[in-house]
Design a protein around this ligand. Sequence first.
Ligand code: NI
Ligand code: MN
Length: 225
Amino acid sequence: MKITFYGHASLGIEISDINILVDPFISANEKASHIDINTLKADYILLTHAHQDHILDAEAIAKRAGAKIVSNYEIVTHYGNLGIEGHPMNHGGNWNFDFGRVKYVNAIHTSSFPDGSYGGQPGGFIIEGEHKTIYIAGDTALTMDMKLIPMQTKLDLAILPIGDNFTMGVDDAIIAADMIECDKVLGYHFDTFGYIEIDHEAAKKKFYDANKDLMLLGIGDSIDL
Ligand code: NI
Ligand code: MN
């Protein structure tokens, strides 16, 4: 499993030869100006919720690449009305895709579309493929629901928001890592806007002091699990 950070909360995940994009918000992110959405491969686009900073490029990429949208029922219906194929899920549900298994899990946040229309309830994803399992938390507060995850799942990596203000900050993300029993964390949802700028070295030191590893990837950089 290869994971690429495309800035903000945008990720590419490659499992076998299948390409998954998560929450593509790239074309309006000045920090990601070196990423061209027209060259990104996508068989699936996973959307955690309907906020603009998670769905901005989903329609364009899905139409160009013929990608299938995987998200909550309301978001999949929205894209279905635009002629885009999708797979609807809801909280607690699992599905076996050709690349692996996905569970849509709880997140504490909101999920309106940019025009204010209802975007269902926000979520996160647990993705299992090529014998690795990752948790993509989406935009969320720290929540006791996270304790449910290790009851069923041994995570190899957790991708957690750390930018604070709209989501968990670093201190809560460290508690989340304890709850989900995963000490290997990739941070996301930071630095894109003034509200969520963080001190990278201070964040890494806090994780280190809690015996955890916080990775912060440059935009366009990848890790292999
Ligand atoms: Ni959001
Ligand atoms: Mn967001």
